[in-house]
Design a protein around this ligand. Structure first.
Ligand SMILES: *Cc1c(COP(=O)(O)O)cnc(C)c1O
Length: 392
């Protein structure tokens, strides 16, 4: 017996369940067409919604900042890792989100891990949509507050939980803006006034809404005209914004408190200049080229309509994330593999990420896909789907 024997055992367990999959490798840029594992494919699995990861403005900004300021930042923000560029990005994001202030973290994941434990702790309650993202779940655990789940997007069930939670010291209602596996949108016009009525704080993690929903991609809260009414908004710089990072937008006081209490902010090195400059350039592009967001939505509508016409079950998707729900897990994985062999990459997703009987391939179209890319992808979905008996 070796103390690390459990590692091989756990791996064998994953292999037996068919859940041990090698990492797919990209040789070349993250684009609408990409070379994945050596095969040129139409890429339907990237979060690079607007193509900003390869936008010349971002690339040039990153190169110029790297040459001027270096490859790394050398310290945490609270010691000497705060550069003028970091503050410039936070000012730009605050103006863009129409919030009093913004604080940037290393990623969307660390933003949730850092912010939630500052808002609630022992003796408090977190009221959480059952399909919230893993980083929210981990942030909730770190906080030691009690987590009470409400049924997905169900405002009546939210009220039931809010009523139950009245005895707790502080209450925090927390939801994804756009849900990453289903592409549906949180019913904020119902959630926000209800939380207010019960004296609970509101927290929207808008990772998949950033750069996608609302005016110039300002997000889900803007989309529903609720600016100023949501206490805490989280965004990511890693998806539609094409760079890396997460941020929290809220009141000046909240941001000042997070500077002193947000643990990833305090104890992990700040972004390199290149990343920060690219994110600033991304905000410029969103302000200057809203037609990118329009093109994203045109493509999303076109592709979704095509999938429906082929007889696929696309669930309740309302955004460029469109699941193609297959059912049983190994069937969904085989469907994804067959699509890949035919030149289309769409990631298979099964239990425990989604319910076992709702396994799927998840598609994300971007502003960069041409009509030709989408037509070709639809042709492949139809052909492979009919061959495997998973569509009409
Ligand atoms: C992707 C995602 C994150 C993580 O963002 P990163 O910047 O990639 O760390 C957080 N929350 C939600 C809802 C997400 O979809």
């Amino acid at each position: 017996m070796h103390p690390l024997d459990f590692v091989a055992e756990e791996l064998a367990g994953l292999r037996n369940q068919g859940l041990c999959r090698p990492l797919r490798v990209l040789s070349g840029p993250q684009g609408a067409r990409a070379v994945i594992d050596g095969r040129p494919v139409i890429n339907l699995s990237s979060n690079n919604y607007l193509g900003l990861a390869n936008h010349p403005s971002l690339v040039e900004a990153a190169v110029a900042a790297t040459q001027r300021l270096g490859a790394g930042s050398g310290a945490v923000r609270t010691i000497i890792g705060t550069m003028e560029l970091h503050l410039e990005l936070e000012r730009r994001l605050a103006a863009f989100k129409r919030a009093e202030a913004v604080l940037v973290f290393q990623s969307g994941f660390t933003t949730n891990a850092g912010v939630i434990p500052v808002l609630v702790g022992e003796g408090d309650a977190i009221i959480s949509d059952e399909l919230n993202h893993a980083s929210i779940i981990d942030g909730c655990r770190l906080s030691r507050a009690q987590v009470l789940r409400f049924a997905h997007r169900d405002v009546a069930d939210l009220e039931r939980v809010l009523r139950e939670a009245q005895g707790f010291r502080r209450r925090l209602v927390i939801t994804d803006g756009v849900f990453s596996m289903d592409g549906d949108i949180a019913p904020l016009p119902g959630v926000v006034p209800l939380a207010q009525r019960y004296g609970a704080m509101t927290y929207v993690d808008d990772a998949h809404g950033s750069g996608v929903l609302g005016e110039n991609g300002r997000g889900t809260v803007n989309h529903f005209h609720l600016e100023g009414l949501v206490d805490v908004q989280i965004g990511t710089l890693s998806k539609a914004l094409g760079a890396l990072g997460g941020y929290v937008a809220g009141s000046r006081d909240l941001i000042d408190l997070l500077i002193h209490r947000g643990r990833p902010f305090l104890f992990s090195t700040s972004h390199p200049p290149g990343v920060t400059a690219a994110a600033i350039a991304a905000v410029d592009v969103l302000e200057r080229e809203p037609e990118l967001v329009d093109r994203l939505w045109e493509n999303a509508r076109y592709f979704k309509a095509g999938l429906k016409r082929l007889g696929f079950d696309t669930g309740g998707s309302e955004t460029p994330i469109t699941p193609v729900i297959i059912g049983e897990g190994s069937l969904a994985m085989r469907f994804s593999d067959r699509l890949f062999a035919a030149g289309v990459f769409a990631q298979g997703v099964s239990y425990p990420t989604v319910p076992a009987d709702r396994s799927r391939v998840r598609t994300i179209v971007t502003a960069e896909h041409s009509r030709d890319d989408l037509d070709q992808a639809l042709e492949v979905f139809g052909r492979v789907g009919r061959e495997m008996g998973v569509c009409r």
